[in-house]
Design a protein around this ligand. Structure first.
Ligand code: C2E
Ligand code: MG
Ligand code: MG
Length: 639
């Protein structure tokens, strides 16, 4: 123990006599035991410091108790954390430091610096009148404080601050009392350490909870959390007889964006979309990120009608392009809707069903779809098929089918559309509707397109060898359109097989072109440069404006069968068919009608001046090697 570090006050024998000594030891003991109770009770570090200071003053009868922490700044200042009997602002005013200069000579400064308890007595002595203590002296004289002790607080072997006690008796703080008070300071230091450990523990637990329940990238609740919230909401909804809607939303082409622009841009896109979705949600709705590029929205107290409105609202919000990596990206989003209790009464099943519905959401249908029973089995079946598709290509299970196209005026065959079929060893012949869209979504369409191109070119070569001239049209999907190696591959095939460009045509759906009109335009121009014929497929189902259409280097449009088939019974469809024919002709394009199923439609199309027809009336899709046979038959009938 140091005596009188603050200007040598205690060099005289300060040992009190008998009764006084006993009284001061007893008060230190009282303080110690009350202090221990505070240690156990305190709920935080600040609270602990304050409680300890209160105990010292209230139970121990000391005049002032305060705690200062050493700040590791240039001045080596002291930051007062708690004070009872004085206040923190007042202590700060003294501007004590723990440095080695004159401002660091206070008891607390010395205790912190040296790590040894410091005792000062007879504070009112003249020896405290130095410039650094003028204020302290004034205060001591005014309040009748006489003695003090400063005890270092050691946490983890390091002095982090000190405990300062002031007493009214000039001869307070003799050795035994200081020993006990040192123990109190050590207890307090232990308490601080303990509180800090607990705080760290709490922070770690909060981080774990955050990681377990929230998505790092967007800060949104994750799938686990959504399931919990859904379960709670379902409980409540059940007793109140209310419905819950769950919307499942997926950002299309996300993998492609990640691949092309890098993961950082992909992340930015997701953050931007999450932000927009959040802005568009009300306080009652819960938005969560449930997959790589998948979000879910839980809407309590909502039936089908309201859920549909919300889906439209979300799609509207996401319609504007997102600005990422200096590009304006059009995120294509599909939304599936499932309802509690109608579609599922368990949280994970509801999510799964909304997801299954989402796979049905087509831009032409507004971009959202409601769950219908059976969809899930269907979805599972398709997913299982997807896993098989790779193998199917390798094991040559794909078949080339084709459907002839006929010129209406002359009734002559003018080519055929190449259509893929999958001859599954167990499931039999599978139509492309079952796997083409999924292959597009799963990003596995490229090998399928490659297979198709090989098949079409070698078939075309075989016909050429046999003296036939039937152009074959290949369907390209949206992924193909933006795939960088496509044009080189096609021009390579022309060189390999020595086929003239008129023999190969390409069909591109209107919605594929509209996904990214500018890049589509570029690809079309390069394709056109090869001399091939280009057709817009499923025309009428996308949103291309006339001005865009005019800029496309295409030779013809195929009116979607959804307008052609009902054209005799639906005036709207008839108007669409008629105006598309006019529009196409005005732009100098050939117009083909798909889905010509009967003679009446054929006649009507003929009267409207439509150029070409394709449909069941002429022929269903047939294996490509049956085309010559069909053709002979058709010629006979045409005569
Ligand atoms: P699409 O290109 O519009 O092809 C026309 C679809 O309509 C064919 O279905 C055909 O069988 C069907 N169809 C033709 N005439 C009629 C008719 O009179 N009535 C009815 N109800 N349907 C008719 P399919 O072969 O099932 O193909 C469906 C879609 O799958 C195609 O639509 C095309 O977008 C896609 N697809 C087919 N093969 C390929 C391919 O090799 N690659 C790519 N990327 N897509 C393909
Ligand atoms: Mg087609
Ligand atoms: Mg079509």
């Amino acid at each position: 123990m140091r005596i009188g570090a603050d200007g040598e006050t205690g060099s005289k024998d300060a040992r009190p006599h008998g009764a006084d000594e006993l009284a001061s030891v007893l008060r230190a003991l009282r303080t110690l035991s009350a202090g221990n109770r505070s240690l156990l009770r305190a709920a935080g570090e600040k609270e602990l410091l304050h409680d300890m200071c209160s105990v010292i003053v209230e139970k121990g009868g000391y005049r002032i108790a305060c705690v200062g922490y050493a700040v590791h700044d240039e001045r080596k200042s002291i930051s007062w954390q708690a004070a009872v009997g004085a206040d923190v602002a007042e202590m700060t005013e003294f501007q004590f430091t723990w440095g080695n200069d004159s401002s660091g000579q206070s008891a607390i400064g010395t205790a912190i610096r040296t790590g040894v308890p410091v005792v000062g007595r007879h504070l009112s002595d003249a020896s405290y009148r130095g410039p650094n203590f003028a204020l302290l002296h004034e205060r001591a004289v005014k309040s009748g404080f006489s003695a003090f002790t400063a005890l270092p607080l050691r946490v983890d072997g390091q002095v982090i601050g000190g405990l300062l006690l002031v007493a009214a008796e000039p001869d307070a703080f003799h050795e035994d009392e200081v020993c006990l008070l040192t123990e109190l300071a050590d207890d307090l230091a232990y308490g601080i350490e303990n509180q800090r450990m607990r705080a760290q523990h709490r922070a770690a637990q909060a981080t774990i909870a955050r990681l377990a329940y929230f998505d790092e990238l967007t800060g949104l609740p994750n799938r686990t959390r959504l399931i919990e919230l859904l379960q709670d909401a379902m409980q409540a909804a059940k007793s109140q007889r209310r419905a819950i809607a769950l919307l499942h939303l997926e950002v299309g082409r996300f993998r492609e964006i990640n691949k092309l622009l890098g993961y950082r841009s992909g992340d930015e896109l997701l953050q931007e979309l999450a932000h927009r979705l959040e802005q568009c949600c009300t306080g009652k709705e819960t938005l969560a990120r449930v997959g790589e590029a998948e979000f879910a929205l839980m809407i309590p107290n909502s039936g089908a009608d309201h859920a549909t409105k919300v889906a439209k609202r979300l799609l509207q919000t996401l319609r504007a392009p997102a600005h990422v990596a200096g590009l304006a990206l059009d995120a294509k989003v599909g939304i599936g809707i499932a309802l509690f209790p109608g579609h599922a009464v368990e949280a994970d099943v509801l999510i799964r069903r909304a997801n299954a519905a989402m796979h049905l959401a087509q831009p032409v249908m507004g971009g959202y779809a409601m769950y219908t029973s059976g969809l899930e089995q269907e979805h599972t079946r398709r997913l299982a098929l997807m896993g098989d598709l790779h193998r199917a290509i390798e094991e040559n299970e794909l078949r080339l089918f084709c459907q002839p196209k006929v010129e209406i005026a002359s009734r002559m065959q003018c080519g055929a559309e190449a259509l893929v079929r999958w001859e599954h060893p167990r499931l039999g012949m599978i139509a492309p509707a079952e796997f083409v869209r999924l292959a597009e979504q799963a990003g596995t369409i490229t090998p399928l397109t490659h297979w198709m191109l090989e098949a079409v070119f070698s078939q075309s070569y075989a016909w050429q060898e046999a003296g036939g001239t039937r152009p074959l049209a290949v369907n390209l999907s949206v992924h193909d359109l933006y795939s960088p190696g496509l044009i080189d591959r096609i021009s390579g095939l022309f060189s390999t097989w020595g086929i003239s460009p008129e023999m190969i045509q390409f069909e591109l759906t209107e919605s594929a072109l509209m996904t990214d009109p500018e890049s589509a335009l570029d690809t079309l121009a390069r394709l056109k440069h090869l001399g091939v014929t280009l057709l817009i497929d499923d025309f009428g189902t996308g949103y291309s404006g006339l001005s865009y259409l005019q800029r496309l280097p295409v030779d013809g449009i195929k009116i979607d069968q959804s307008f052609v088939r009902p054209m005799l019974i639906s005036a709207d469809s008839e108007v669409i068919v008629r105006s598309t024919i006019e529009l196409g002709h005005n732009l100098g394009m050939k117009v083909l009608a798909e889905g010509v199923e009967n003679q009446e439609i054929w006649e009507r199309l003929a009267s409207l001046g439509c150029d070409t027809a394709q449909g069941y009336l002429i022929s269903k899709p047939i294996p490509v090697d049956q085309l010559a046979g069909w053709e002979r038959q058709w010629m006979v009938e045409a005569r």
